[in-house]
Structure formats: structure tokens, C-alpha cells
Design a protein around this ligand. Structure first.
Ligand code: AMP
Length: 211
């Protein structure tokens, strides 16, 4: 968990590489639905473009369907879900049904000024999911993914204006989710304003203890 720009996607990519489990990012799933112009995508876009959360019913149904697939039986990494208390409660039932309860919740914390820079400079590859930043981690060739050669895009919600809405929703709606998991003693706070290597090293040490 963490605000927009806190590095959830970057850390998720490292975790799934080390643990060989599926990366389930609700944001990526919505973006894929938008690109494929599905009914879900069309509805999600109207919320995402304004920096608002997609309604719980749609989000829960989408994630539930994904978690019921076979590859999640060996474990999974959720990124960007649950983001509301209602999602967290629904997820408890889903996790119980598939016999894979939450083992750890990472809360990535970053200062506001850093978030602004990260979000406005972020460029993503929609083909392979690689994440770059115009400041600090630019691709070798401007606008082109190092890994797969596809063009990079600037997400339409990665603007300072939308960041304001996204942070507000994060505070109001997502804070209770953290409290929900804090009560279960599952939350690990990680200072994510540092270099990705250092952030991941903290996460990895905690994951090793879980194993
Ligand atoms: P992300 O890529 O995680 O930053 O998500 C991008 C956008 O997708 C968010 O600002 C929301 O509009 C939408 N979204 C992603 N995950 C959720 C979720 N769990 N609940 C509601 N909306 C979501």
C-alpha cells in the first residue's frame, strides 16, 4: 500500500521476480480494460481520468475473478488493492475462499514533494509494464522501453492536479484500510523516499522472515 508515486509498482516487480508469484495490480487491470475498450474499461476511465477511485463493486468483482485463477493458489502479490474498507472486508471473504489469507501488508511512505516529482516524471511501458522516470531512471533512448522497445506513455492521471485528488482519496478512504490491517498486526511501514534498492532490501528482509 502507498500513495500514488510511492513505488508500489516498482517494488511489486521485484517481489514477483524473487518469489515467482502473480502480480495483481488493480490499476494495471483497469488500464488494460481501457486499452481493450471493454465495458468495464469505459466505466473505469471516467473515474480514473478524474483521479477518483473506481466504484467498489466493479473493483471487487474484477479482483475476485482474477484471484480465483489457478496461478494464485501458490500465493500472489496485490498492488493497489484493497483501497477502501469495503474492499478490504470483501477481500477477507475471497482470501478465505481460496485458502490464501493476507500474510503481510507493506505500507510505503514518501514525502509529498517527492510524490509530485515522481508522478509527473513517471513513464510506463504498457506492453511489458516497466516503469521509468524522467528524473533519475530515464530509459536509454527517450520515450522507448529499454526492455521491450515499445513506446513509453505518460498516464493521463499522472498530473499534479490529479495527484491532489488521488492523495485526498488515499487519506480519506485508504487510511481506514491500513488501520484494519494494523489491528491484525500485519502492517510493515517502509520508508520509500529512499533509493529503490534500499527500499527493496527492507521489504526483502521482512519477506524472508515470513518464509
Ligand atoms: P494505480 O495504478 O494503482 O495508481 O491506480 C490507478 C487508478 O486506478 C486509481 O487512481 C483508481 O482510479 C483506479 N484504481 C486502481 N486500483 C483501485 C482500487 N483498488 N479501487 C478503486 N480504484 C482503483
Amino acid at each position: 500500500m502507498g500513495a500514488a508515486g510511492s513505488g508500489k509498482g516498482t517494488m511489486a516487480a521485484r517481489i514477483i521476480a524473487d518469489y515467482d508469484i502473480p502480480h495483481i495490480s488493480s490499476g494495471n487491470m483497469f488500464r488494460a480494460a481501457i486499452n481493450a475498450q471493454t465495458e468495464l474499461g469505459k466505466i473505469a476511465q471516467t473515474y480514473m481520468d478524474r483521479g477518483h477511485l473506481v466504484p467498489d463493486e466493479l473493483t471487487i468483482a474484477m479482483v475476485k475473478e482474477r484471484l480465483s485463477q489457478k496461478d494464485c493458489q501458490k500465493g500472489y502479490l496485490l498492488d493497489g488493492f484493497p483501497r477502501t474498507l469495503k474492499q478490504a472486508e470483501a477481500f477477507e471473504d475471497i482470501a478465505r475462499e481460496i485458502g490464501r489469507p493476507v500474510e503481510a501488508v507493506f505500507n510505503l511512505t514518501v514525502h509529498l514533494e517527492d510524490l509530485k516529482q515522481r508522478v509527473t516524471g513517471r513513464r510506463i511501458c504498457e506492453t511489458c509494464g516497466a516503469i521509468y522516470n524522467t528524473v533519475g531512471s530515464a530509459p536509454k533512448v527517450h520515450g522507448i522501453c529499454d526492455r521491450c522497445g515499445s513506446p513509453l506513455v505518460h498516464r493521463s492521471d499522472d498530473t499534479v492536479e490529479q495527484l491532489g485528488n488521488r492523495l485526498h482519496e488515499h487519506m480519506v478512504l485508504t487510511q481506514p484500510v491500513l488501520d484494519f490491517y494494523r489491528e491484525k498486526a500485519l502492517v510493515h511501514n517502509v520508508d520509500a523516499s529512499r533509493k529503490p534498492e534500499l527500499v527493496y532490501s527492507d521489504i526483502y528482509s521482512i519477506l524472508r522472515l515470513l518464509r
